[in-house]
Design a protein around this ligand. Structure first.
Ligand code: LLP
Length: 420
């Protein structure tokens, strides 16, 4: 595994300057020294260029950020500046979007079990709402929702971990096609259709199939009910490489191909023009984020495994424990040093499943070294917990040689604030 291969997983501005990892023009180990570890470092340039890649590849498509990937006010503000809307799935995510300046139709509200309060809040801001069930149609109408799209389950098995597949038969999301036709007859006020087939997709295959499927369904709905969708939200799902062996999906290719296929299929069915939306989460922020840890204990187990324990773990990145996600890492101040073997990076939690990286080649690691794990900008801090009463990490944004805190580290007082 060459350095260039590993560095290409890091943000666009990442470089080895004399063996020291630098991101956004700032040395990673300096960031660790200033802000402490574990630390999430976000590269502003990579966030902006990911947003621009979507906009350039699909200029007629409205792009909404799946904010669950990293709901952060400053990141949302940056994406809003880039012309990206917000996809929210709870009152909390809605509040983050609003704090970042999002209003009205810039927001799309999701959820398979929206509370009355969530529906009321969506109505109050004038958001577009993805309706998830027949029952929710009437509740949404009663709550004063004016713009709704119906989430539909095409029965397409996306090629990804089963926990993040969402459009197969049996999914808890959306409604099957037959039920969708009933819903449309019952609620012709619906503006369009939504589908999201899954997450961490490495190629466009399933998404292209979905584009064809939804156009065929729209044509069928038009014939059988006389209703025609004015809006299609085709979801998110594009993956991010987190390990050297992963394919490197291209935002430009994926978004361009899916938009073109939808347009082609729409025309093939003779359907009138439609507004198209996409809602990528991971691919907008995943590569932009790097997690820095400090190395603590290094020791060998009876089977020969050498453990490198770091000061975080499954509480700041549960993805290997949940989805067997693979990651890699470098020692931030010895990027160009020869590696001496394969190490297992473990967290500091009280269970054996608390492993962040199964085997990674590193130079000899020592206590105090900063370990940098790339491609951790999505679904890490947003899924972080306080397991073992660990404090959730801080996040900084780097650009042009400067860093600023965009989320402070938790303190013990934060934890005690919840106790009676
Ligand atoms: N739209 C909807 C309706 C979604 O449910 C999701 C993600 C997205 C858009 C954005 O998908 P993305 O582009 O990020 O794949 N925690 C898991 C991922 C769960 C995805 C949930 N829904 C993980 O760490 O892999």
């Amino acid at each position: 595994m060459s350095n260039t291969e590993v560095l290409s997983l890091f943000p666009e501005t990442a470089a080895s300057l004399g063996g020291r990892l630098s991101i956004g023009g700032v040395a990673a180990s300096e960031l660790a020294a200033t802000y402490g570890t574990p630390l999430l470092v976000y590269d502003e340039a990579t966030i902006r260029s990911s947003a621009r890649a979507y906009r350039a590849a699909a200029p007629n498509v409205h792009i909404h950020f799946g904010s669950k990937a990293f709901p952060n006010v400053e990141v949302l503000r940056i994406l809003r500046e880039e012309g990206i809307g917000a996809d929210v799935a709870s009152l909390g995510e809605l509040a983050f979007a609003q704090r970042a300046g999002y209003t009205g139709a810039e927001i799309v509200v999701h959820g398979n079990n929206k509370s009355d309060a969530e529906l009321a809040a969506a109505a109050a801001v004038g958001a577009l709402v993805a309706i998830d069930s027949l029952e929710e149609l009437d509740r949404a109408k009663a709550a004063g929702i004016e713009r709704g799209i119906l989430r539909i389950t095409p029965g397409i098995d996306a090629d990804t971990h089963e926990a993040i597949r969402t459009a197969h038969h049996g999914s808890k999301f959306g409604v099957p096609p037959e039920v969708a036709l009933d819903a449309i007859r019952h609620a012709p006020w619906l503006e369009g259709l939504h589908t999201h087939i899954g997450s961490q997709l490495f190629d466009a295959g399933a998404a292209l199939m979905t584009a064809d499927w939804i156009a065929a369904f729209a044509a069928r709905a038009r014939t059988e009910t006389g209703w025609t969708p004015k809006t299609i939200d085709i979801g998110g799902g594009l993956g991010v490489a987190t390990a050297p062996e992963d394919p490197r999906p291209s935002i430009h290719d994926f978004a361009g191909q899916v938009a073109a296929e939808l347009e082609r299929a729409w025309a093939e069915h003779g359907l009138p023009p439609v507004a198209v939306m996409m809602e990528p989460g991971r691919s907008l922020v995943g590569r932009a984020g790097v997690t820095l840890y400090s190395v603590g204990t290094v020791k060998q187990a009876a089977d020969g495994t050498t453990y490198v324990a770091v000061d975080g773990g499954m509480s700041d990145n549960p993805r290997r424990a949940l989805y067997q996600a693979r990651y890699t890492a470098v020692l931030a101040d010895r990027v160009d040093d020869e590696t001496v073997g394969r190490f297992t990076v473990a967290g500091k939690h009280c269970e054996s499943g608390d492993v962040l990286i199964d085997r990674v080649e590193l130079p000899e690691p020592h206590r105090g070294d900063v370990l940098a794990v790339p491609a951790t900008g999505a679904y890490t801090l947003s899924m972080a917990s306080n397991y073992n009463a660990l404090l959730r990490p801080a996040a900084v944004l780097v650009a042009d040689g400067h860093a600023r805190l965009i989320r402070r580290r938790e303190t013990l007082d934060d934890l005690f604030a919840l106790e009676s």
